[in-house]
Design a protein around this ligand. Sequence first.
Ligand code: TPP
Length: 691
Amino acid sequence: MPKSTPSPAKNTPSEAKNPFAMTIPKNNPFSPTELRAILRTMMTARRLDQKMLALLKQGKSFFHIGGSGHEAAQIAAAKAVVPGKDWSYPYYRDLSYMMGMGMDAVGIMTNFLARADDVNSGGRQMPQHYGMKSARVVSQSSPTGTQYLQAVGTAKGAKLEGTDEVVYVSSGEGTTSQGDFHEAVNWASRAKLPVIFCVQDNKYAISVHLSQQTGGSVYDMVAGYVNLDRIEVDGTNFFETYEAFRKAVARARRGDGPTVVVTDVVRLLAHSSSDDQTKYRSKEELERDRQRDPIIRMKDALIAAGMLTQEEFEQMEKDVVDEANDATDIAEAKPLPDPSTALQYLFSPKELGLRYEHNTPAGNKAVIVDAINHALHEEMERNEKMIVYGQDVQDGKGGVFTATKGLSTKFGLSRCFNSPLAESSIIGTAVGLAVRGFKPVVEIQFGDYIWTAMMHIRNEVSSMRYRSNNDFSAPIVMRVPVGGYIHGALCHSQNIDGYFTHIPGLYVVYPSTAGDAKGLLKTACRMDDPVMFLEHKGMYRQGYAASLEPDEEYLIPFGKASVRREGSDLTIVAWGAMVQKSLETARVLDKEGISIEVIDLRTLVPLDTEAVLQSIAKTSKLLIAHEDNLTGGFGGEVAARIAAEGFELLDAPIRRIGAKDCHIPYAWTLESEILPQDKDIIQAARDLVAY
Ligand SMILES: Cc1ncc(C[n+]2csc(CCOP(=O)(O)OP(=O)(O)O)c2C)c(N)n1
């Protein structure tokens, strides 16, 4: 019985005998033909699960995760939304939902067998990771819970654009333990966003029972969020569940806010093909689940209502066997992805047509933070789809470093606004906005706190284009103040570039002058790929990093290093705060007759290897200086590449300077021991020249 429905329905005589007998409600909007089709879809989905498990045993694919027992809840949800108008973020168990979105048996089998024309991912993701652009089903990755924040971002976009679209997002009950679920419910309910949170409660997260996840039911757990409706229904009862989703969708379309629909379902298969549920569930419990089989319940209800005969049902059973077999044959005959395409769509194939460095910067002198602020103003003016958000970014504060000052005043709170204090939600919602065409340029207040958003950056943002075979992308810009030398101690000093250069599909930018910061940020705002834009907060207002400001159309290409000083005895490759220290080294050693070339990489991904090779062709010696700690720092990557490609050009081993492999302490006497100092670079440069 739905928890939000006050009056209990009366039992029919057949319900008295069979506790799971369903009555078709009088206000049921579906014709007998439609109801038979719904039953048939549920049966096809069930049969496909069985067929896929059989194919797995034959070694035709390697993974399966089924929807058996969830069919009624999923098809009920699918019937309540409009495919192609509304947006969906389904989870791996949503087989029947996807069939409701229009994916047929051939499509399911093509996905299972990882064929090249699989609409979900072209064989790139494991089976049952759905995505279907034509139906606005956004490509789903594997982490449990990230989908919730993306759905909120897409719903925020619907509201910003003034549409009445709604967004469906689902998971099992175990996933509601994730912080992302709560961040999403908080954000959606506070902002009254049109999200339908569907929790398919089969009581188990792999082998972990609901009682070890939440204090009570998920329905009880979400009490207390403002503007949030919640409904708990028997998810094996199609009619009851459809009514719940119909109400939720109507409410969302009216602009009244989100609903959590908890559907009580049964898991008739093990968690996945890698699991054996008899290890942790009793025979009796499994039998109790089978008694609530949604397909049997639907069949019995249609027969009892005179809408279906037993013979027709038996014929349907035969037909779905044929349908699954035929679909398998068709899918198997299709080609697997061509190995030559394995690297395709890591980045956008689009020719952006950007014009770079069209003149020499000649504006007023600006410091880095002001140059960044001006870049944001100009790009927001230029692109009405660009939005800026993060913690404290709104005026009067305008960002804790003032990088976003004036934006909310000039462009309004729909385009520049404060986010909740939840980094995961900042990046997660940005993905949801980006997939529908917005250009989110978000701020993570301190690099030291980006870690709660790491799941999104590693598994969602960077892989969206690749995993969807170029159907979806998340070209967001993440502006992140980083770096030390400000007595910021362990958690306001971190350098994080080494972590992010390791992620495929992500550009990493780290400017060291105001002019470069502006030109590179403007390029980032026009790119078709995600960009991690690192800003050294200790350099924001430094006079040495100030430069004449480039104009509104001044763009700097990614992957083009800048030779900041020419020299002939030694090359120092640096970025961020190390550029100034390297220039200082060059100035000091110049007095000793040592000529140093300083290269500022500006972008770490892509890396301008060519510029470094050209330089060592002159100097024969290479020192790499970075602020991130040494082990696993990006300097190791630069060294390895140059050693491989430029070995013959070198007359000495490549040396690296970085922070000590330690946390950064507060007391200045300790801080200076950990972070690289001028004297360290000077010493290393002297040693190398003398080698
Ligand atoms: C962040 C994350 N942690 C762990 C996993 C491994 N995992 C995949 S599904 C799953 C259980 C999910 O349970 P639930 O949300 O109840 O959904 P159900 O599978 O029962 O439908 C786990 C632990 C994962 N995919 N992502």
